[in-house]
Design a protein around this ligand. Sequence first.
Ligand SMILES: Nc1nc2c(ncn2[C@@H]2O[C@H](COP(=O)(O)OP(=O)(O)OP(=O)(O)O)[C@@H](O)[C@H]2O)c(=O)[nH]1
Ligand SMILES: [Mg+2]
Length: 392
Amino acid sequence: MLKLVIVLPTYNERENIQALIPVLQEQLRVVPYQAHILVVDDNSPDGTGAAVQSLMRSYVNLHLITGEKRGLGAAYIRGMQHALSVLAADVVVEMDSDFSHDPADLPRLLKALELPADFVIGSRYVPGGSIPSSWSWQRRANSRVGNLVARYVAGLYDVRDCTAGFRAIRSSVLRQIDFSTLRVKGYAFQIALLHRAVGLGARVAELPVHFVDRKLGESKLGISDIVEFLVNAWWIRLWSARTFIKFCIVGATGVGINLAAFSALLAWGVNSYLASPVAVEVSILWNFMLNNAWTFRYRPKAEHIGIRGLKFNMVSLASLAVTFGTFVILSKLFPDLPLQIDQLAAILPTTAMNYFLNSYWTFKWHPPAREFPLVDTPGATAEAVRNRSTLS
Ligand SMILES: Nc1nc2c(ncn2[C@@H]2O[C@H](COP(=O)(O)OP(=O)(O)OP(=O)(O)O)[C@@H](O)[C@H]2O)c(=O)[nH]1
Ligand SMILES: [Mg+2]
């Protein structure tokens, strides 16, 4: 039987958790899993931990880990690592402990894993889902803007509710994620984790849920969470664009090399009509070597370096033609503008084209296809699991 672990982070949720555990246990009886509940408490001063310990006498599938308070994300990371390595979960569920997420939605979320989906979100922002009508406009704006930032800054375009904390995730996805590199402590964890999963190729499904306000206890969302969230979204954006950023840095050094080579050739008495194209070629070779060794280093290279160098040269010459063409068109269209503006504007489409061609042709690469089996096999790669299933 598949193993399910529901991770419940708590901070000062004594009353809520005491009520939630029995309700959750009822739902767990109807799901086709061997189900466990893991409470991750951060030494709550209100005695949440002690309350869970006393419930553990009634429920053998209830577990508790405690630690210092470092934020929601830090608690989830500890909880997920425990769920994977100690409890050997096949599926991990994320859920708030304050009844904002309805335990009755759980069977539906788990069922959606069979769609198949690897990462199921209980979503407030798909048709049929909702946020409480009592929410103030500030609270609505906070949630809406957070999701817009996640979608359009962090690049999670296809997901409607990126910040939702109600999720069912295949462990085979979580095992591919190096939690130590998720630099998040608070609520930003939700988009950081989702971003990694999407980057790995996990299939995301969103099911509508009605999010209800907590009736007991207090919200823990603070201003530092919002700041971390925004910083993290931009960090994800930069990180996603890292190959392009490196490519631009290399291009900028190439300009310096070009000018240096040109000046050196002139100083040696070389004719300027020869010095100019030679300097261009020197900078093309320089750019190629740097891009080969740095920008695209992570891409396995099937072709001989000479072939790649040739392709890079061809792309660079095509770029020269595009820059020149754009320059001519712009200078004719806007005769009053300084020529430097035309030249500068011509560089922009060229850089984009240059990057596009080099990325998809010179250094072309297809990320390996991955599979995320529902039955998790600790330590096994997707490849090994596939081979095993074809053998048996
Ligand atoms: N272990 C741990 N749990 C936390 C921490 N911060 C929040 N939580 C828990 O995470 C869940 C969600 O936190 P909430 O404060 O309810 O956040 P929210 O749902 O966005 O805000 P409200 O809707 O106002 O309740 C709750 O179960 C909290 O107890 C933390 O630092 N450590
Ligand atoms: Mg809450």
